[in-house]
Design a protein around this ligand. Structure first.
Ligand SMILES: Cc1cc2nc3c(=O)[nH]c(=O)nc-3n(C[C@H](O)[C@H](O)[C@H](O)COP(=O)(O)O)c2cc1C
Length: 212
C-alpha cells in the first residue's frame, strides 16, 4: 500500500509531455486491463473507451481542445476518450445479462429478476438523467486509468477542457449513440514541466473525512 500512496504522490496532472518517449504496447495493454476491470454501477459499463494514437484524427481532435490541452494531446503517446452511452436501454441490458450468463454459467431465467431490475431503473430515468448517470460511470473509469498509470510510472492528464460537440462529430459518436464525456492523455512528462516539482495541494484529512 505504501507503494500505491507513493505512486499517487508521484503523479500529477502533466502539462508538458516528452514526445520522444512513447508508452509501450505492453503497458497500453495493462492499462486497458485496468480500465476494463473498473467498477461501474450495476456493472453495466455504459461507455466505450477510444484510444487515439498518432493519427490524422488526433490532429483534428487537437483543434477541438482548449488552450494548453492542445499541446498536451499533441505530445502525449495516446489520448483516451471516454464516451458514455447516451441512452442505454433493453439492448444494452440484454447484452450485459447474456455476458453474465455465459461467464458464470447461469441460465437466463435465473437472471430475469436482475435484468428487469436494471431495465426498470433505466426506464425510470429521464433522458437527461440517463445521460448524466452514464457520464458518471466514465469518470470512475477515468480514475482507474489515472491511478493505474501512476503505478506503472506513466503520466496522465485528465481533461474536461475540450469541445464535446466537436469531438462527437469528428469521432462519429452521434451515429453510435455515444458522447465524449471526458478525456485523458497518457505519456511521459517532459523534464521542463515545472508542475512536476509542485507540492500536492489537498484538503487536510480532518477537513475531508468525517468518521462517525
Ligand atoms: C475531470 C478532470 C478534468 C480536468 N481537466 C483538466 C484540463 O482540461 N486541463 C488540465 O490541464 N488539467 C485538467 N485536470 C487536472 C486537474 O486540474 C488536477 O488533477 C488537479 O488540479 C489536481 O492536481 P494533480 O492532478 O496534479 O494532483 C482535470 C482533472 C480532472 C479530474
Amino acid at each position: 500500500m505504501n507503494n500505491y500512496i507513493e505512486s499517487l504522490n508521484w503523479r500529477y496532472a502533466t502539462k508538458k509531455y516528452d514526445a520522444s518517449k512513447k508508452v509501450s504496447d505492453k503497458d497500453l495493454e495493462t492499462l486497458k486491463d485496468a480500465v476494463r476491470l473498473s467498477v461501474s454501477s450495476v456493472g453495466l459499463q455504459p461507455y466505450k473507451v477510444f484510444i487515439i494514437g498518432d493519427t490524422d484524427i488526433r490532429k483534428q481532435l487537437i483543434e477541438a481542445a482548449g488552450g494548453n490541452n492542445k499541446n498536451i494531446i499533441a505530445d502525449s503517446s495516446y489520448l483516451f476518450v471516454f464516451a458514455n452511452e447516451v441512452n442505454p436501454g433493453d439492448t444494452e441490458v440484454e447484452n450485459y445479462v447474456k455476458n453474465i450468463g455465459e461467464t458464470r454459467g447461469i441460465e437466463p431465467e435465473n437472471l430475469k429478476g436482475f435484468s428487469d431490475y436494471i431495465s426498470g431503473f433505466l426506464k425510470g430515468l429521464t433522458p437527461e438523467q440517463k445521460n448524466a448517470w452514464t457520464i458518471k460511470q466514465t469518470y470512475i473509469a477515468l480514475s482507474t486509468l489515472v491511478n493505474s498509470a501512476a503505478v506503472l510510472k506513466i503520466d496522465t492528464t485528465a481533461m474536461e477542457g475540450f469541445n464535446a460537440e466537436e469531438f462527437n462529430k469528428i469521432l462519429g459518436f452521434d451515429k453510435l449513440g455515444l458522447n465524449a464525456a471526458v478525456i485523458a492523455a497518457i505519456g511521459y512528462r517532459h523534464e521542463e514541466d515545472a508542475n512536476q516539482h509542485l507540492k500536492k495541494v489537498r484538503k487536510p484529512k480532518e477537513e475531508l473525512f468525517v468518521t462517525i
